[in-house]
Design a protein around this ligand. Structure first.
Ligand code: HSE
Length: 314
């Protein structure tokens, strides 16, 4: 018997919501198929357009680590065969390991008759994140599992607020072609300040309040504004992305409601009304090109569907 599930790419942080806010997006989904074995061996096979860029060992593959945690937590002491179809671009800030972890955890739970609840799946998927990038942050795995917006209210619990995105906006993702250290997330986290002045903390709290209030009220303009108002993480990481400040300025001048770095970068994302999307995408591309940076642009929308069951191959 086998089970299969897919889970979407995500944008973590959403500006000021470092490690607590995230949004699932359409366009890329990782797919995991899993079946139990009679012995305790774990076999991992990776396929798909990003397969070459993913660890396929049982302890290094985030889908397999997440699935192992689900089985262990449910008391199932068996090995498994896991196939990951890797579609989410790796290492660009779109929650690649989070999507694999979410799909792995969800598929494993389907296989055992949904014995675990969603919050437990978040914890198991976070272990997949830890295996892939060194820290078990929840802001990619939560939206990948739930879909829509998620806000982490308590990390240990975990307690997660899940909110359906307001209608009427597009997300432009721009991925600059820059070379970064191999363990990019660890590197991007090493750029962050160890301490923040009290004055900055107060400004940042106001931005986080704006972000969460806008999400709960479904206020698109305020959401865009909040995304642009990260006073701590974005300034520390902006140097990873050549021309970031100019690109942001030009996107906002051309109608973007907000722009920030997607997760640990180097992709950036802009929030726009659909009628402005083309103009904003063009402005971003041109601003990067003027700095001599090639960029891939994707126009997408939030995904209200998180991890979901998929048909298994007979
Ligand atoms: N919140 C994390 C970070 C996301 O910005 O480092 C990384 O995937």
């Amino acid at each position: 018997m086998s089970a299969a599930a897919s889970a979407p790419a995500t944008i973590a942080n959403l500006g000021p919501g470092f490690d607590i806010a995230g949004m699932a997006i359409e366009g890329y989904r990782d797919l995991v198929e899993i079946s139990l074995r009679d012995d305790d061996v774990v076999e991992v096979q990776v396929e798909g357009r990003e397969a070459d860029r993913v660890d396929d060992t049982p302890r290094g593959n985030s889908a397999a680590v997440a699935a192992s945690h689900v089985l262990r937590r449910a008391g199932v002491r068996k090995g498994f065969n896991l196939k990951l179809v890797k579609n989410v671009p790796v290492g660009v800030g779109l929650g690649s390991s989070g999507a694999s972890s979410a799909a792995g955890a969800y598929a494993a739970n389907l296989l055992i008759g949904r014995r675990l609840g969603m919050r437990e799946l978040v914890l198991c998927a976070a272990e997949g994140e830890r295996a892939a990038c060194g820290s078990p942050h929840l802001d990619n795995v939560a939206p990948s599992l739930y879909g829509g917006f998620t806000i982490i209210l308590d990390i240990e619990g975990p307690e997660i607020l899940h909110v359906k995105p307001m209608p009427g906006f597009e997300v432009i993702v721009a991925t600059p072609h820059v070379s970064l250290p191999k363990n990019k997330t660890e590197y991007a986290r090493s750029l962050l300040p160890r301490e923040v002045p009290m004055e900055t903390l107060v400004r940042q709290q106001a931005s986080v309040a704006r972000l969460i209030a806008s999400i709960l009220k479904g206020d698109l303009e305020q959401f865009g504004k909040a995304v642009s108002m990260d006073h701590v993480v974005e300034p520390a990481r902006a140097g990873m992305i050549p021309g970031f400040r100019e690109v942001k300025k030009r996107a906002l001048e051309n109608g973007a409601l907000g722009l920030s770095i997607s997760g640990a970068g180097p992709s950036i994302f802009a929030i726009t009304r659909p009628q402005d999307a083309e103009k904003v995408a063009k402005a971003i591309k041109e601003a990067f090109e003027e700095k001599g940076v090639k960029t891939s642009i994707t126009r997408t929308t939030p995904s209200t569907t998180g991890a979901r069951p998929e048909p298994t191959n007979p």
